[in-house]
Design a protein. Structure first.
Length: 362
């Protein structure tokens, strides 16, 4: 149904703005509904404009140009090259490597080759350095290369902040170009009580490290960034239920990703100095029950084990598992697992794994 616009513009009445979840046009300052054609004054440049965004943090309205200038999340580039050409080469090597990666050097699929129903509705991926973690992650992204999608919901880990959930509503810059947020999805989550916290995402790399792959395989993809910190099973279940409901409403246009790294061992993480072989074996031993919990999609067990391990991202992984169960994606598959020292020898280790989750078939 149409809403009546509060604008004085006589030509603006009853003009809806439609997206994934229906109309948008609520003025956060006045609580009045406004149509898309109504001009407003920007809080920054103070000029009248017809296109712009409400800032849910400051409750100010900005024209599109001022919003983009003020509200952009700049890349950290801690684990991959900040130069576009070099980064494209890094991503290509991750796909093409046949020892640790999937060994697929093919170029990206053309529009005609994309499938409406892809092979993989959901993935759990690592977020370490592209020099080692990237090969493992490529096994997951490989399954998305021929899938037609326009939105990626990415559930990442909050390493530094223990906020249960933090959304982001800004453009994420990458060396390969900007990634715009899918605001219909973000707004729906915000309306369910989950806060926008740009500061949490500004220094967090777990979601950022997925973007070069996503932009490479699907230019123009829009992002729903969801940072998850320390959560118990009840909180994880609530978050997962809300995500699953919105993913189901969007259909095949959306892919669901989660990200976690597994055990961290060795002197860089406060552990004892061991041989490369010794620390690698220790990491594999400690990762075994964690990997089993993910494979069995046992979120409760994973959260319990996560409290006693050096896994970073148990909360994000649990949310992904629970969302997949709600959506009926209960066939799990371990695509690849490696300890970083098996790829590039070191005295400190991290376990990296890629899982896929698909609908159960009879």
């Amino acid at each position: 149904c149409l809403q009546h616009c509060s604008s004085s513009n006589p030509f603006a009445n009853q003009v809806p703005q439609v997206g994934f979840f229906g109309m948008r046009g609520l003025d956060l300052e006045t609580s009045a509904w406004r149509c898309v054609g109504d001009a407003r004054r920007c809080a920054d440049c103070h000029l009248q404009a017809q296109s712009g965004r409400d800032d849910v943090v400051s409750c100010q309205w900005y024209c599109t140009d001022c919003w983009n200038r003020r509200h952009t999340r700049h890349p950290l580039c801690l684990y991959y090259s900040g130069e576009a050409r070099a980064l494209r080469a890094q991503v290509a090597v991750c796909f093409a490597n046949s020892v640790f990666g999937p060994g697929d050097p093919r170029p990206l699929a053309t529009s005609a080759e994309l499938s409406e129903s892809g092979l993989c509705p959901a993935l759990l991926l690592p977020h370490g350095a592209f020099a080692n973690s990237g090969f493992v992650a490529a096994h997951g992204f490989q399954l998305l290369r021929n899938r037609r999608f326009s939105v990626a919901v990415v559930v990442g880990n909050n390493h530094r902040a223990q906020h249960k959930v933090a959304l982001s509503d800004v453009t994420w810059e990458t060396p390969l170009g900007p990634v715009e947020p899918e605001m219909e999805f973000v707004d729906e989550l915000r309306s369910r009580g989950y806060p926008v916290n740009r500061q949490v995402h500004a220094q967090e790399h777990s979601i950022e490290n997925q973007l070069p792959f996503l932009v490479s395989i699907r230019p123009g993809v829009r992002l729903v960034p969801i940072g998850v910190g320390a959560v118990d099973l009840a909180a994880a279940s609530r978050i997962a239920g809300d995500i699953a409901a919105l993913v189901a409403k969007c259909g095949d246009e959306v892919v669901l990703l989660g990200t976690t790294d597994f055990s961290h061992e060795g002197p860089a993480y406060g552990g004892v100095h061991m041989t490369v072989e010794g620390v690698t074996a220790l990491t594999r031993t400690k990762d075994a029950p964690l990997l089993h919990a993910v494979k069995c999609m046992d979120a409760a067990r994973l959260l319990e084990l996560g409290k006693r391990s050096s896994m970073c991202g148990a909360g994000a992984a649990a949310v992904l598992l629970l969302a997949c169960q709600t959506l009926g994606w209960t066939t799990s598959r371990l695509l690849k697992y490696n300890v970083n020292t098996e790829i590039s020898p070191d005295y400190s280790t991290t376990g990296f794994a890629a899982f896929s989750f698909t609908a159960t078939t009879l």
